[in-house]
Ligand binder design. Structure first.
Ligand code: ADP
Ligand code: MG
Ligand code: MG
Length: 925
């Protein structure tokens, strides 16, 4: 049997094979091979690690130590030193490193190869006794702690004791004698703790260290980390061991050690960034024992070396074509590079470096677009909590709408409005919200609720307004009367300041500063490139001109979904809507709708003008109409109060009568305010009658399952006056805009359609109004008529629907619910987390499009739809339309556009371009 190769010298290892050599090892090989000054060394592969971990008694694979010895001999040859040689010793570092960096892996051991004999050699080599003893005691401690698992305190305590006894504060104050004494104490600690003397044999040291590195792969922190971040064996499997010849940054004032980024990772600025320490060993920079200097100071302090460092930086970037995070050491004027990896940067820096590196010719436009995770852009659009804050959350809910906000807690919408108008910053805290709370949303910085998921009223409205929202933070109890709430076990009073983070669902007590978002010219440039490449258009879901304006700034190419019911919810309109619902005859209803018409028309005009000449998709009324009425319980409650009030008012009247009779108390006959004067009782009776009518209507409209009930096109067909008003409002708005010289492209969209027969009931309405308006104004109207596809049957009948509809828009929120037969709120609140944690479902299908199920329905619908209408325009307007992997799928099945909330527009633009660039990689199954 030929033995497997486990060990690769830096000169031979494949720098691209991180899985085999780990990230650190692969890059050490790569750097060596492109001629950078890396101390000689070798990598023991992750395969050796896996073999070790798989063996029953944790044994190194056969022949491994032999192979390591061979490579050590090569090191000896190239350095001219001997491993274990008492005169001219070779020392090495032993470093872990897997394909992905993770906490919990073994820390680096420096100076391995020291023992009583080689120590003397090191003294001779360096001519510096203190240096040698310092290296020795560091090695014993690191090896003891890291490889032998001895607690830090066992070394720290005696060390501190010596310092105290000698009255020395900084380690630098210790003399050779002190360090010699400390080394002896440390050797004693090892004997004490392990029951064996410190290993003197240098190969034994190396073997123990190697095994310790391998073992750390299964350490608890590493295992937990891999589970938490879904790091699969395909991504990283086992850790490699890197053995590197020691170089010393602590050999005097021409020696130093440092860490750096080739560009500024916070701003992206094209300037080397980092810190260094003169006369120090690597770990000192990170350990914070001494305060390092900014790398720019080196230009003055060591100008020659600074130039060499700049050269290193330029070579790294020129080779990796990516910002590098690197570590280096200078030994007596010679610069060594000890590590490099791609730099982790925030979104601002990623965007700026993409644009600038493209400009410098370092990367192509495609690479500039591909190197940024679209989701990262979200950081750039919402205020964020100051990343340096240290507050602990008092409660956590679902991250329902991104961004962070602080304000005084208020517990009902009216108070929120009052305080908001008074200029206070408020957070609206409710158990749940309803359409009549909308004025509170406008006044609030953010919304916190305890019930409902990501499609709860609060979540959807907040997202539409671009305000942060945390929903479903369980255990919040609001007491509106006493203006208090219990949140996460704390009692809050109105006015107590809280902070919510809609990005992760955290709720904090007190104010945490936020940092402003930054939509830079670099981002505009980058997304401009994206638009040139993308095939999908990116539209937005908005209902107001203000939101439309914001979406435009983010680069929206039209409105893919305007939910007209949002317009009904505005405070001054709700009474009209209620009147329309309470109407007992079509005539009464038409009268109420007649008053809504100009308002709705004005809404559309506003949207059309902002968006001109881009398309605006108007969805006709969708929710069941009882959503606009108060709940049965609330009405009963109010009626109870009104009846009580009525008897109180009667009582006051009696009292006044009695007082007049007595003729004592009041001289004049001052008028009483309503409702305590003679008009009071009839007024209250009128109110009672109205509320009773509402209650009656609410009971009449009651549905067991409203989401599957009388809504959408079903409502539009049975109450044709409503859709007729909306269609008229849209087309009249188009006429008005056209006459003012705006180019408008309305698209009228019918929700909840399951059969073309439904559409065929709506088309005559459209045609009649169109004809009337065109004749009246002598113009031609340009618009499209289409349907939502959000019912499974609609997918199956797509061919037939496309005979009537000029466009499809997949409503994947409802379509996913229908395909799974899950109601989203119940799923997210009850069992989806369990399903996700236990791998029954990979993702939340309401966030990430379920490509295998829902996606297949979409694919069929697109195919069949285009068979009957080849130029059928198809888009998606569900929430998934803003999710990068879903966007990629939409691209693959040939959609024309995705539509998402304004803050997701930039993400979608980038994802749409990446979909094209990644096309070659895979095709949909
Ligand atoms: P980490 O993964 O924690 O960054 P490293 O293996 O990079 O661990 O080691 C930590 C520090 O130890 C490095 O920054 C470097 O300064 C120092 N170091 C590692 N190997 C050597 C070596 N061969 N010579 C000198 N210093 C070294
Ligand atoms: Mg480490
Ligand atoms: Mg490092």
């Amino acid at each position: 049997m030929t033995e497997k190769k486990f060990v690769y010298s830096f000169a031979e290892g494949d720098g691209k094979n991180k899985k085999l050599l780990g990230g650190k090892g692969a890059n050490l090989c790569e750097m060596t091979q492109i001629g950078l000054n890396v101390p000689p060394g070798f990598v023991v592969s992750t395969e050796a690690c896996l073999s070790y971990l798989d063996s029953p008694q944790q044994q190194l694979p056969a022949g491994l130590m032999e192979e390591i010895r061979t490579h050590m001999r090569a090191l000896e040859e190239s350095t001219g030193k001997g491993f274990g040689d008492a005169h001219n010793p070779l020392l090495v570092s032993v470093r872990s490193g897997s394909a992905m960096s993770m906490p919990g892996m073994m820390d680096t051991i420096l100076n391995l190869g020291l023992n009583r004999q080689t120590l003397e050699g090191l003294v001779r080599q360096s001519g510096d006794q203190r240096f040698a003893y310092d290296a020795y005691r560091r090695f014993i401690q690191l090896f003891g702690k890291v490889a032998l698992g001895i607690a830090d305190a066992k070394f720290d305590e005696p060390f501190e004791a010596v310092k105290q006894r000698e009255g020395v504060r900084a380690d630098l104050g210790l003399t050779t004698e002190h360090l010699r004494e400390i080394s002896e104490i440390f050797l004693g600690v090892v004997q004490e703790e392990t029951g064996r003397p410190f290993p003197e044999d240098v190969y034994e040291q190396l073997e123990i260290a190697t095994k310790a590195v391998f073992g750390s792969w299964m350490g608890r922190r590493a295992v937990d980390y891999r589970r938490e971040f879904h790091i699969t064996p395909e991504m990283a499997n086992g850790t490699a061991v890197n053995v590197v010849t020691m170089v010393f940054g602590n050999m005097g004032d021409d020696s130093a050690t440092g860490v750096g980024f080739t560009r500024n990772p916070a701003t992206g600025e094209n300037q080397m960034f980092g810190e260094y320490l003169v006369n120090a060993q690597g770990e000192d920079v990170v350990a914070g024992i001494r305060t390092p200097k900014p790398v720019q100071a080196m230009e003055e302090e060591m100008p020659d070396l600074f130039r060499k460092l700049l050269e290193l930086r330029n070579k790294l970037e020129a080779h990796y074509r990516e910002v590098q995070d690197f570590e280096y050491t200078i030994e007596k004027g010679t610069l060594y590079c000890l590590q490099t990896r791609n730099g982790k940067m925030n979104a601002t820096a990623m965007v700026r470096t993409s644009v600038e590196m493209e400009g410098e010719g370092l990367i192509s436009r495609h690479q500039a677009l591909l190197r940024i995770q679209p989701e990262l852009l979200e950081q750039l659009l919402h205020p964020l909590l100051d990343p340096n804050h240290e507050a602990t959350p008092i409660d956590q809910g679902l991250p329902a709408s991104p961004g962070a906000a602080s304000g005084e807690a208020v517990f009902d919408a009216d108070r929120a409005q009052l305080m908001g108008q008074a200029g206070e910053k408020v957070i609206l805290v409710r158990e749940e919200t309803k359409p009549e709370d909308i004025h509170g949303f406008f006044a609030a910085q953010g919304v916190l609720t305890s019930r409902g998921g990501k499609t709860s009223h609060a979540a959807v409205v907040a997202r539409g307004m671009g305000k942060p929202c945390v929903a479903g933070a369980e255990g919040i109890q609001v007491n509106v009367q006493s203006r208090t709430a219990r949140i996460g076990g704390k009692l809050l009073h109105e006015g107590d300041v809280i902070t919510i983070d809609g990005g992760n669902g955290n709720v904090y007590l007190g104010e945490i500063p936020t940092v402003a978002p930054d939509f830079s010219t670099h981002l505009h440039t980058l997304l401009g490139w994206a638009d040139e490449i993308a095939r999908l258009k990116v539209m937005t879901n908005v209902d107001t001109p203000e939101a439309a304006q914001r979406a435009l700034e983010y680069g929206a190419m039209g409105i893919g979904l305007c939910r007209t019911e949002r317009m009904f919810n505005a405070q001054e309109r709700l009474p009209l809507v209620v009147e329309m619902i309470l109407a007992s005859t079509p005539e009464e209803r038409e009268a109420a709708l007649g008053r809504l018409l100009p308002i709705q028309q004005a809404d559309f005009e506003g949207l059309f003008k902002v968006m001109a000449p881009r398309p605006v998709t108007i969805r006709l009324l969708d929710p069941p109409i009882h959503e606009f009425l108060p709940t049965e319980r609330q009405l009963e409650h109010e009626l109870g109060h009104l009846r009580q009030l009525r008897s109180t008012v009667e009582g006051v009247e009696d009292l006044m009568g009695a007082m007049q009779f007595l003729q004592t108390a009041c001289g004049g006959s001052a008028e009483l305010p309503l409702p305590f004067n003679s008009n009071g009782v009839p007024l209250i009776d009128e109110a009672i009658a109205k509320k009773e009518l509402m209650l009656h209507k609410v009971r009449e409209l009651f549905e067991v399952n409203p989401m599957l009930g009388h809504r959408g096109v079903r409502l539009g067909i049975t109450y044709p006056e409503i859709y007729s008003m909306q269609i008229r409002a849209a087309l009249q708005a188009a006429v008005a805009c056209q006459r003012e010289g705006f180019e408008v492209h309305p698209e009228i969209m019918v929700p909840q359609v399951c059969t073309s027969q439904e559409l065929l009931r709506i088309t005559p309405m459209v045609e009649a109004i169109q004809q009337e308006l065109e004749e009246e104004h002598g113009i031609k109207l340009q618009f499209k008529f289409g349907t939502m596809i959000e019912v499974v049957r609609a997918c199956m009948r797509a061919g037939k629907l496309a005979e009537v509809a000029e466009f499809f828009s997949f409503g994947t929120n409802d379509l996913s619910q229908a395909t799974y037969s899950f109601s989203r709120e119940d799923a997210e609140n009850k069992f989806l987390p369990f399903y996700n944690e236990n791998g029954i479902l990979q993702d939340n299908p309401f966030e990430v499009l379920d490509v295998n199920g829902v996606g297949q329905l979409m694919k069929i619908a697109v195919e069949w739809g285009r068979k009957s209408r080849p130029d059928l325009k198809v888009g998606i307007c569900g929430e998934q339309g803003g999710h990068p992997s879903s966007i990629r799928f939409c691209h693959q099945i040939g959609l024309n556009y995705v539509s998402c909330s304004p803050p997701r527009v930039p993400i979608a633009r980038l994802a749409a371009a990446q979909a094209v660039l990644l096309e070659a990689e895979s095709t949909p199954s």
